[in-house]
Design a protein around this ligand. Structure first.
Ligand code: FES
Length: 94
């Protein structure tokens, strides 16, 4: 990667919900966080409204790019079932 491209990456937002930049993700990887879960704990990327549905793929790609781990071998975050909104009158019925 050329120096100009690397400088452009510094301000590139990876997690829009938590406003985490690519450089913050790269810094976490340099510190040894090489799973999506540990990067989430370190940076908060993936803790926003979409719960990582948008950014986890990008984070996986960055981990793969920096460490050489194949994308399919990067450990994912804990997968949780989707929750659906429930109206309060449903919960309050007797
Ligand atoms: S984009 Fe990262 S949690 Fe939504």
């Amino acid at each position: 990667m050329s120096k100009d491209n690397e400088n452009n990456c510094i301000k590139k937002i990876i997690c829009r919900c938590e406003e985490i930049t690519k450089e913050e993700i790269r810094e976490a990887i340099r510190e040894g966080h090489i799973t999506i879960k540990t990067i989430k704990i370190r940076t908060r990327a993936g803790m926003g409204l979409c719960q990582g549905r948008t950014c986890s793929t990008l984070i996986r790609d960055i981990i793969s790019e920096m460490t050489g781990i194949k994308k399919k071998d990067v450990l994912p975050d804990t997968i949780r079932f989707p929750l659906y909104p429930v109206e309060l009158n449903v919960l309050g019925k007797k």
